[in-house]
Design a protein around this ligand. Structure first.
Ligand code: ADP
Ligand code: ZN
Ligand code: ZN
Length: 724
């Protein structure tokens, strides 16, 4: 029997640690143990065992306690996490820490089996609903609870925005929070719609091959019914007694999405995302691990859900940037979904109206199978996209005459419009009209955004805030003018232009509170005219059947970005926002207002759609030897002084030396050379052959860790970076 356990400890050190196993107990890989570490103790995960250790027997410590009798992490998941630690060059202990919910990183027994629920209190049961005003949300909540307790999860689905009403009832002592056992309170209630031929073909082709690894790229125009394809496939998977994992972007996991899945699969659907309270997260995780959950619907980190009978993975909006973790363990959830599917021999479906160039290249090379959904589901028509030339027109608050005419006509028909502007706040710049000075963030050297309602200048890069100055800090003039439009200013302008129209602004400010996004999206009834104003939060998620006009503002800034992915991102954003128009039976129009109507990107998009744009961008990437035709890793460093950053990066480049097939460029300043008061620069590593880069990285990292200058900067390595 092996005497030594090799464990991963959640610390930023790359190695595993050896401990003496407790006598007479078999501890399998994937179990958690409590171990003495430094001055304290740590919860560690057993990765393997050995008969002997290299550690001096006198120094070898013993495991303090075994926390799990059966592995918390199954064989496949543990193997995937080890693979990811190697691939992303991140310490395994820190990787495991990302994968495990906080509640399970502690040396506590597993959480209780109950779910938090709301119920009427004794006072509440003695109170008649008639004491509450008829037709209010508060009364609706009270009446629902009078019929029996409801879990928080069920309330999120049934009554989005219920927390405010609950606070009011709680204050009056009418309700309380209780724990209930998991119950079948939400039974499946809708049958599948008849699939259209393209959907049916997609389902049947994938369903015919559920027993083997195959990535499928499901490219379907917005509103083509991709979700219906996932649901149809999950039916096959669940019927076969297996589990499904569905990943959605951060912003995509709305109560509406959850409701759609619950309507179909009832309580077997568990949500897993960072917005959950710790206990809820641990419970969903354990429900997955024990095989109780049939479907896990989650955001990025749900790719690490333990699913012993996993039979299918779907990644919705696979191009979305939120799948890439941008700090700590910088993994890409879509890519890891493919890695897990391969390990398990199951299909993985990557869905998008605007696939990433990476996935399109994989489809072109035959590694992925492509399935097309060319038409909108049901009776909806594709929206008409038109470029509106803003040159030589009089813009009123950034809105040109053609746009205003279209807006008036839409409202007159009783329909809704969406004004898309990807800038929150009132104005991106506060400018002195007399001398040209503008209010910049001292810590980032970039203009601060004016937030007029809050009466603050806010830096959108570091969140620094200050009072709005009354005088120019250069010439003392009081002639300070807001420049450009943010969503807050557009809302004000539209309020003046259309005083009798309902306006709904959706951005990070207006949706800060939980449930606020839902409440706002529900504010306009399906038959009421009105205007939505918002940032990319409005680009996905919701079906607004009466929305027929989309106006896109401010794309010009995106046309001049230096990031090599900027064109891809802008194309995706335009197509996604445009896709909000005309999703039901009324046709939609999309107006894109620009000062560069002849820009090649817009021309290409208009004539050939996203497919044509993507094809051209891929050709450019190939010629420039950029991803997906090359593989990158980015070494970032920051410190108070640029000299320290440069010294470190030069030392890194020297320590790396020349490796055939791997190019090293830099140090070069970061896209933001100053952020939050820190000077930043980077070293870019690239290779046409991924394996060469992968082979070089571990040795380099080891030598960089030894550099004396490494202790004077904050640095990190990002494998497959998406922001350069
Ligand atoms: P996507 O995920 O591609 O944006 P959805 O799956 O959300 O598309 O479908 C768009 C709309 O079309 C939804 O309202 C959905 O209920 C409806 N829909 C999807 N498939 C069908 C179908 N086969 N018949 C009728 N309506 C459908
Ligand atoms: Zn001035
Ligand atoms: Zn700043």
């Amino acid at each position: 029997m092996p005497e030594i356990l090799r464990v991963a400890v959640p610390v930023p050190l790359p190695q595993l640690f050896d401990y003496r196993a407790p006598r007479g107990v078999r501890v399998a890989p994937g179990c958690r143990v409590l171990v003495p570490f430094g001055p304290g103790r740590q919860v560690a995960v057993v990765v393997g065992s050995a008969a002997h250790s290299e550690v001096d027997p006198a120094k070898l410590k013993s495991v303090s306690a075994v926390l799990d009798t059966t592995p918390l992490l199954g064989e496949e998941l543990l193997a995937t996490l080890q693979w990811a630690a190697r691939y992303y060059q991140h310490p395994l202990g820190a990787v495991l820490e990302t994968a495990l919910p906080v509640g399970l990183r502690q040396a506590k027994p597993l959480p209780f089996e109950g779910y938090r629920a709301l119920a009427l209190s004794a006072d509440g049961r003695a109170t008649s609903a008639d004491t509450l005003r008829r037709g209010t949300r508060i009364r609706t909540l009270f009446e629902r609870l009078a019929a029996g307790p409801l879990t928080y999860a069920a309330l999120d689905v049934a009554l989005p925005g219920w927390r405010d009403s609950a606070a009011a009832l709680r204050q009056r002592g009418l309700i309380e929070t209780v724990a209930v056992a998991a119950s079948a309170e939400v039974a499946p209630c809708t049958a599948a719609p008849a699939l259209n031929p393209a959907q049916a073909e997609a389902v049947s082709r994938i369903a015919a091959q559920l027993q083997r690894f195959q990535p499928w790229l499901l490219q379907g125009v917005t509103g083509s019914g991709k979700t219906e394809v996932y649901l149809g496939l999950i039916e096959h998977v669940v019927a076969a007694g297996r589990q499904a994992l569905v990943l959605v972007p951060e912003i995509g996991l709305t109560p509406q999405t959850l409701r759609r899945f619950r309507d179909r699969f009832g309580n077997g659907v568990h949500a897993l995302h960072s917005g959950l309270a710790e206990g809820e997260r641990s419970r969903a995780w354990l429900a997955a691990a024990r095989g109780e959950a049939q479907v896990i619907l989650g955001t990025r980190s749900a790719v690490f859900a333990p699913l012993p009978r996993l039979g299918l993975i779907a990644v919705d909006e696979e191009h979305d940037a939120s799948y890439k973790q941008q700090d700590g363990f910088r993994y890409h959830a879509r890519d890891l979904a493919v890695v897990r599917a391969r390990a398990l021999g199951i299909p993985v479906v990557l869905g998008s109206a605007t696939p990433s160039l990476e996935s399109l290249a994989n489809a072109a090379s035959g590694r992925y199978e492509k399935l097309l959904l060319p038409l909108r589901a049901g009776s909806a028509q594709p929206p008409q996209l038109r470029v509106v030339d803003a040159r030589r027109t009089r813009l009123s608050h950034g809105l040109g005459p053609e746009l205003l005419t279209a807006l008036r006509a839409t409202l007159a028909r009783g329909e809704q419009a969406l004004i898309f502007r990807n800038r929150r706040g009132y104005a991106p710049v506060l400018l002195c009209h007399d001398c040209g000075w503008h209010a910049d963030c001292e810590r980032c050297a970039k203009p601060m955004t004016l937030h007029r309602q809050r009466g603050r200048l806010v830096c959108h890069h570091c969140e620094a805030e200050r009072r709005v100055p009354v005088h120019c800090e250069e010439c003392n003039s009081t002639n300070l003018m807001p420049q450009g439009q943010g969503t807050e200013r557009l809302e004000e302008a539209l309020g003046e232009l259309f005083p009798d129209t309902a306006l709904v602004r959706i951005d990070r400010e207006t949706t800060r509170r939980r449930g606020a996004l839902e409440a706002l999206l529900d504010r306009l009834g399906p038959n009421q005219p009105g205007i939505y104003i918002g940032t990319q939060m409005l680009a996905k998620g919701h079906d607004l059947p009466n929305l027929t006009l989309v106006a896109i503002l401010g794309v010009d800034e995106g046309l001049h970005s230096i990031d090599f992915r900027a064109s891809e991102r802008l194309g995706q954003l335009i197509v996604q926002v445009a896709g909000r128009a005309g999703r039901a039976h009324k046709p939609g129009t999309v107006l894109l207002q620009t000062h560069h109507p002849d820009h090649p990107l817009l021309a290409r998009l208009l004539r050939g759609g996203y497919a044509a744009l993507a094809e051209e961008l891929l050709a450019e990437r190939r010629a420039a030897e950029l991803p997906p035709y090359a593989h990158l890793a980015l070494l970032r460093a920051e410190a108070k002084e640029m000299a320290a950053v440069e010294e470190f990066l030069h030392a890194c480049a020297a320590a790396a030396g020349a490796v055939e097939g791997v190019d090293l460029s830099g140090p070069i300043p970061a896209p933001m050379p100053l952020r939050a008061g820190l000077a930043r620069a980077q070293l870019l590593l690239s290779a046409l052959d991924r394996t060469r880069l992968q082979a070089a990285l571990p040795g380099w990292l080891e030598s960089w860790r030894q550099l004396p200058s490494a202790r004077r900067v904050r640095w990190s390595l990002d494998v497959d970076p998406i922001d350069l």
